[in-house]
Design a binder for this molecule. Structure first.
Ligand SMILES: [Zn+2]
Length: 366
C-alpha cells in the first residue's frame, strides 16, 4: 500500500460565487457559498490541513468540450447565456447567477481532478468540496439545484479521454435519489449505481426499488429507498448490502456521491443521521475499497445544507480516511431520537430488493 495522500479539492470561488438570489423564501436558498466556508473553517480550526497526508488541490482547468462529454451543446449554451445576462431562475429549484456557468464548470473540473488523481495514484483517496452539486443534472437540463453532472462528467472523461475502461461503482448517499446520475449509466454494466435515498412511498417517484437498469446494465442500478426518519442504526443496516455487492462487482474505483442531507438537522432532508454515521460509512467503504480496489475512493460533495452539522460530517469522513478517531460534537450525544428505528419498514424493502437482485448477483444471500 503506497503512502497515504488525501487530495482535498478546493477553490475560493466555491465559497463566494453562485449566491442564491435573495429575498427568496424557498429552499433554493440553502445551496449557498456558506456551505463551503463553514467546512473549510472547521477543517482549518481542527488541524486537518496540518496533517501532511492531506493536500489541498485546485480543480482541473477544463474547456467546454469536456462538458460536452456529458451535456448537450444546447444545455451548455443555455447556462452560459443566462449567466451572461446576469442570471435568472430556470425553475423553482435551479437558480442561475452571472457567475454560475464558470462555477459549475469549475465544479466539474473539481470532480475530475479528484477522480483522475485517485485513478493515477496521485492521491490514495480524494474529497472534492465543490458546488453547485450535480447528481440531479441530466444531459439536456439542470435540475434540483444541480447545473452540470459533476460525477457523470468525470466518469465520461475517464472513459473517453483517459481510456479508463475498468469497472466503477458509484455510491450515492445523498438524501435524494440521483435521478440524473442514474440515467447516464442505466444500461451500462461497467458502472454500478447504488443509491440509498429518502422516498415518499405514498407519492411514487423515480428511485423506486424495482428500477434495476436495462439491457446490458440490468442489475447494476440498485435503488434502496427508505422511509423518512431513518436513524444511524437503520442506515448501517441498509449499507450492509454494500459488502456483498462491491465484493462481487470488484470495481477498480469507487465514487461516492456525498450528500449530507440525511443529517438530522438538515433543512431539506427528513432523516435522522448524526455525523458518526458518515464516519462509520467511510470506514466501511474504505475497508471494502482496500480489499477490492487498492483503496481507490473519491468523495464528491453533493447536497447537505445544515451549516452547523455539515462541517462535522465532512470531518467525520476525512478522519475515517486517515484512520483516526472521530469525536462527534457534544450536542449530538443525547438526542432523543437516537434509538428510534424504522427497521420493520426497511426490512420489507431490503428483502424485496434482495429478491429482485438475486438473478443478477450470486453472493447476496437472503
Ligand atoms: Zn439532496
Amino acid at each position: 500500500m503506497p503512502e497515504k495522500k488525501i487530495g482535498i479539492i478546493l477553490d475560493d470561488d466555491f465559497g463566494s460565487k453562485h449566491i442564491p438570489p435573495y429575498p427568496k423564501p424557498s429552499f433554493i436558498s440553502f445551496e449557498h457559498p456558506v456551505r463551503i466556508n463553514c467546512i473549510l473553517n472547521h477543517l482549518e480550526r481542527n488541524g486537518i490541513f496540518k496533517d501532511n497526508r492531506v493536500v489541498k488541490v485546485k480543480p482541473k482547468k477544463i474547456d467546454d468540450a469536456i462538458l460536452e462529454l456529458a451535456h448537450s451543446k444546447y444545455h451548455i449554451e443555455t447556462i452560459k447565456k443566462i449567466s451572461d445576462v446576469g442570471g435568472g431562475l430556470l425553475d423553482e429549484e435551479v437558480f442561475v447567477t452571472e457567475d454560475t456557468f464558470d462555477l459549475a464548470k469549475k465544479a466539474v473540473g473539481g470532480a475530475i481532478e479528484a477522480i483522475e488523481g485517485v485513478v493515477k495514484n496521485i492521491f490514495t483517496q480524494s474529497f472534492a468540496l465543490i458546488r453547485p452539486p450535480g447528481h440531479h443534472a441530466h444531459r439536456e437540463k439542470s435540475s434540483g439545484l444541480c447545473i452540470f453532472n459533476n460525477i457523470a462528467n468525470s466518469i465520461l472523461y475517464l472513459r473517453k479521454k483517459l481510456s479508463f475502461s475498468e469497472k466503477i461503482a458509484i455510491i450515492d448517499i445523498d438524501d435524494h435519489f440521483g435521478d440524473g446520475l442514474a440515467q447516464y449509466f442505466y444500461d451500462d454494466p461497467s458502472v454500478l449505481y447504488f443509491s440509498i435515498h429518502e422516498f415518499d412511498f405514498t407519492e411514487g417517484a423515480l428511485g423506486m426499488v424495482d428500477e434495476l437498469g436495462m439491457d446490458e446494465g440490468i442489475g447494476k442500478n440498485i435503488n434502496f429507498p427508505v422511509p423518512e426518519g431513518i436513524t444511524n442504526a437503520d442506515f448501517y443496516y441498509c449499507i450492509d448490502l454494500l459488502d456483498p455487492i462491491l465484493n462481487e462487482f470488484q470495481p477498480a474505483l469507487i465514487v461516492v456521491a456525498t450528500g449530507f442531507d440525511m443529517y438530522y438537522a438538515d433543512p431539506i432532508g427528513n432523516c435522522s443521521l448524526t455525523s458518526i454515521a458518515y464516519n462509520k460509512f467511510a470506514d466501511k467503504i474504505l475497508k471494502i475499497a482496500e480489499n477490492v480496489c487498492e483503496g481507490k475512493i473519491s468523495f464528491i460533495l453533493e447536497g447537505g445544507y445544515d451549516i452547523i452539522g455539515l462541517p462535522f460530517c465532512v470531518e467525520a469522513i476525512i478522519k475515517a480516511l486517515l484512520k483516526e478517531k472521530y469525536e462527534p460534537p457534544d450536542y449530538e450525544k443525547n438526542l432523543s431520537f437516537l434509538d428510534d428505528s424504522k427497521r420493520k419498514e426497511i426490512d420489507k424493502i431490503k428483502t424485496f430488493l434482495k429478491n429482485l437482485l438475486n438473478p443478477y448477483w450470486t453472493k447476496i444471500k437472503i
